[in-house]
Design a protein around this ligand. Structure first.
Ligand SMILES: [Zn+2]
Ligand SMILES: [Zn+2]
Length: 123
């Protein structure tokens, strides 16, 4: 689907990209409001949906809240169950762990992304 250019959407994307983080729609809303005090949370949600449709933003369901990120490099996630911090791990697509999917029959796995839950070094 084609979408018309929207300066608000552009701002949402830039803020998320700059943050280099995994943020909720509410957190993104707070960042965007610094530049555009009029913007509503509904607008942020709608535009995040469009950005996800366009493949500019990933919508993640790693925790109980949907998180968004604008990092297009393939990566794995290390998620701390105690403080909720999320670390990106960049590994090549032929990551060894794909081998652990050998039980998959009649399907050739090229790449797999791992969400690993545990405890971070600070906790
Ligand atoms: Zn932690
Ligand atoms: Zn990530």
């Amino acid at each position: 689907m084609k979408y018309r250019y929207s300066p608000q959407r552009d701002l949402i994307y830039k803020k998320l990209k700059e943050s280099k983080k995994h943020l909720t729609a509410e957190e993104i809303h707070k960042l965007v409001k610094k530049n555009d005090p009029q913007i509503g949370l509904g607008t942020v949600y709608r535009n995040l949906g469009i950005l996800a449709d366009q493949g500019m933003v990933q919508k993640l369901t790693l925790t109980d809240k949907a998180l968004y990120e604008a990092d297009d490099r393939p990566h794995h996630h290390l998620i701390c169950k105690h403080c909720g911090s999320i670390k990106n791990v960049y590994a090549p697509a032929n990551f060894k762990c794909v081998k652990c999917l050998e039980f998959v029959r009649d399907f050739k796995v090229d790449q797999a992304y791992i969400n690993a839950y545990g405890r971070c070094s600070k906790c």
